[in-house]
Structures are given as structure tokens and as C-alpha cells.
Design a protein around this ligand. Structure first.
Ligand SMILES: NC(=O)C1=CN([C@@H]2O[C@H](COP(=O)(O)OP(=O)(O)OC[C@H]3O[C@@H](n4cnc5c(N)ncnc54)[C@H](OP(=O)(O)O)[C@@H]3O)[C@@H](O)[C@H]2O)C=CC1
Ligand SMILES: CC(C)(CO)C(=O)C(=O)O
Length: 316
């Protein structure tokens, strides 16, 4: 099977290295010529529980160099989805399936609007990746699950076959009947730790060690659970403590959430697709979400301060 990972950042490299080592022809696609040259010349350094090694990956800035693949995995930040999928047109052939493994809600609709609904599957992953430096990641794939399913129907043969292939290659993937519930389950995990860790700058170890963090995270998750339940989503977890346990499972004390990684780099976050998605859905269902509203305000404020600093001083 030929796979293209659109968005070869922290998560894309973690998934890409796994599938490459698992024997699938896997292409890492991103825009930065410097980063791609680094990967082409030196390979991808992967640190994980098994140690540190170089994985000889295929990387390009040019989807046309790759041509049509069997599977496109979209792992750009949510606000880059539309541009990234539009520029991925050369990767799409008659049989290509496109799946988002991004966090947040709404990416599948954006992708379907570009490539057609029939090609799109929903995916979510609990795998973690952290960028250590150019061409260098810390990967948390082992022991973490990914999920795959049709947008609005139970498991089909194509979903089952893809999940089996990815699992055989080392990305343990479950074929799911109800991806709306699965996407909300993952949203709960991001609501728990993403924004709060981003605002405070805390690693996972520090975060879970602070009772006030855990209490605030639980309150944010409880709101999201209430919103999901009011809109008929069949969540697999309805206890915030279970969500916090799942969010921490398999990720070490120095793990940094992707939202924290964005803020540390001085770049925009996915607050709009994560906590603000809960706020919007809450508003529509008449469920108050004051904790999530406050988290959105804080992260938006930090982003505003970074943008103004960039205008004024040239650095975020
Ligand atoms: N990191 C993690 O542990 C996890 C992340 N996620 C989700 O995965 C997604 C990606 O997160 P993460 O990997 O952390 O983010 P990163 O910022 O590390 O990676 C995103 C990559 O997308 C690339 N990109 C942006 N625009 C385009 C484009 N038009 N075409 C191709 N590539 C593009 C960027 O590279 P360039 O600028 O060179 O194009 C960048 O390297 C997010 O939705 C996140 O929420 C989900 C689970 C875990
Ligand atoms: C839950 C977690 C931390 C890893 O899967 C994540 O999704 C993120 O950092 O955005």
C-alpha cells in the first residue's frame, strides 16, 4: 500500500516513521524545503521507548512527485486543512481514501468539500509526537490506539481492510462503527489537557501533579460531556476522571500537548477546533460552557499578544 502523510510535523512524522518501518511505502509531505531537505539527506531521527534511531523516510514538498496513493492521512493543523488538501490533488486517484487524524471537530467536512464525501473516512489517534529539532521527533506510538471509520455508517470492508493494514504496519488501529462518538471521545481528551497545558506551559508530569489543574480540566471535560449528551452523541466515557486517565495513558511526564508545542513555537493553536467547538455546540444546545469559554478567551489572548509582538518586534 502507498501512503502519503500530508503534514509531516510532530504527529505526521511519528505515524510516517511507524508505517515506513512497518513496510508501507510512505511519503511525508510538507511545505518547508529546508525541513524536507533535512529528511531527504539525513533521514528522520526517532526517539521512543525503544531508544533512538534514524528512519530512512521518503519526503517531499511536491505531491506531484508522489502521484496517486492508496491512502492520504491528513495531519496538518486544523486551520491549514483546506489549503493542504487542495494542494494534495496529485495524490488523489480514483481509489484513494483520505482520512483526517487531526484533533477537533469539523475537518472531515472541509476535506469532503474538496475531494468528495465518498473518499473520506474519519480517523482519530491517541498517538503522540513531539518535535525535538529539525528532522528529529520523540514518538509515542507504541501502546497507543488509533481509530478509523466511515463518516456516518457502520464499519465497511474498506475500513476493516485499512485498519488491518495499518495495524500490521505498527499503527494499532480499531475499525469503528460510530466515528461521531469516537471524535467526541478524543475531543474530550484534548479539552482536558490541551488549552490548560498550553496556557500554563506545564508538561504532563507537572500538570497531573497540580490538583487545581486536574480540577479545572475535569470541569472543562464535564461541560463537554454535557454538551455531547445533549446533542445525542454516544460517548464511551461519561466520567471526567476516566477522560483524564485516558489522556495521560502511555505518555511520559515530559510530554507536551500539541497546543503547548504550538504556543512555545509562537504559532497559532487549534483552540477554534477544540474548546471553541464545545462552546459553539453548547450554545446551539443551550448548555452553558463557562470553563471552556474562559480557556478559549485565554488562549485567544495569548495568540493576540504573540501576533502583536510579531508585528512590533519581529518575533512572537
Ligand atoms: N502532536 C501530537 O501529539 C498530536 C497531534 N494531533 C493533531 O494532529 C495535527 C497535527 O499536529 P502536529 O503534528 O502536532 O502539528 P505540527 O505543526 O507539528 O505539524 C503540522 C505540519 O503540517 C505542515 N503543513 C502545514 N501546511 C501544509 C500544507 N499546505 N501542505 C503540507 N503540509 C503542511 C507543517 O509543515 P510546513 O510548514 O513545512 O508545511 C507542519 O510540519 C493537529 O490537528 C493536532 O491536533 C493529534 C494527536 C496527537
Ligand atoms: C492527547 C494528545 C496529548 C496526544 O494524543 C493530543 O492529542 C495532543 O497533544 O494534541
Amino acid at each position: 500500500m502507498r501512503v502519503a502523510i500530508v503534514g509531516a510535523g510532530a504527529l505526521g512524522c511519528a505515524i510516517g516513521a511507524t508505517l515506513t518501518e512497518g513496510g508501507l511505502e510512505t511519503w511525508l509531505v510538507r511545505r518547508s524545503t529546508e525541513q524536507v531537505a533535512q529528511l531527504q539527506q539525513h533521514g528522520l531521527r526517532v526517539d521512543d521507548a525503544a531508544g533512538s534511531r534514524i528512519v530512512d523516510v521518503h519526503a517531499t514538498t511536491q505531491p506531484a512527485d508522489v502521484g496517486p496513493v492508496d491512502l492520504v492521512i491528513v495531519v496538518v493543523k486544523s486551520f491549514h486543512t483546506e489549503a493542504a488538501v487542495r494542494s494534495s490533488e496529485p495524490l488523489i486517484g480514483p481509489e484513494t481514501v483520505v482520512v483526517s487524524m487531526q484533533n477537533g471537530l469539523g475537518q472531515e467536512d472541509v476535506i469532503a468539500g474538496i475531494v468528495g464525501r465518498e473518499r473520506v473516512l474519519a480517523g482519530r489517534t491517541y498517538v503522540g509526537g513531539v518535535l525535538v529539532g529539525p528532522g528529529h521527533i520523540r514518538s509515542g506510538v507504541a501502546g497507543r490506539l488509533s481509530h478509523l471509520g466511515e463518516l456516518a455508517e457502520p464499519v465497511t470492508p474498506r475500513v476493516r481492510a485499512l485498519a488491518e493494514t495499518l495495524t500490521a504496519a505498527g499503527l494499532t488501529t480499531i475499525a469503528c462503527d460510530d466515528m461521531i462518538a469516537t471524535c467526541w471521545d478524543k475531543l474530550l481528551v484534548n479539552v482536558a489537557t490541551g488549552a490548560l497545558a498550553g496556557i500554563t506551559g506545564l508538561t504532563y508530569g507537572q500538570f497531573y501533579d497540580e490538583p487545581r489543574m486536574v480540577a479545572t480540566a475535569s470541569a472543562a471535560v464535564a461541560e463537554a460531556i454535557a454538551v455531547a449528551q445533549a446533542t445525542g452523541v454516544r460517548l464511551s466515557m461519561t466520567d471526567p476522571a476516566a477522560v483524564l486517565r485516558l489522556a495521560a495513558e502511555g505518555l511520559g511526564p515530559d510530554f507536551k500537548t500539541s497546543m503547548l508545542q504550538s504556543l512555545e513555537r509562537g504559532t497559532k493553536t487549534e483552540i477554534d477546533a477544540v474548546n471553541d467547538a464545545v462552546v459553539r455546540a453548547g450554545r446551539a444546545a443551550n448548555i452553558p460552557t463557562p470553563v471552556n469559554d474562559t480557556l478559549v478567551a485565554c488562549v485567544t489572548g495569548i495568540e493576540r499578544a504573540m501576533a502583536d509582538r510579531l508585528d512590533r518586534e519581529g518575533t512572537p
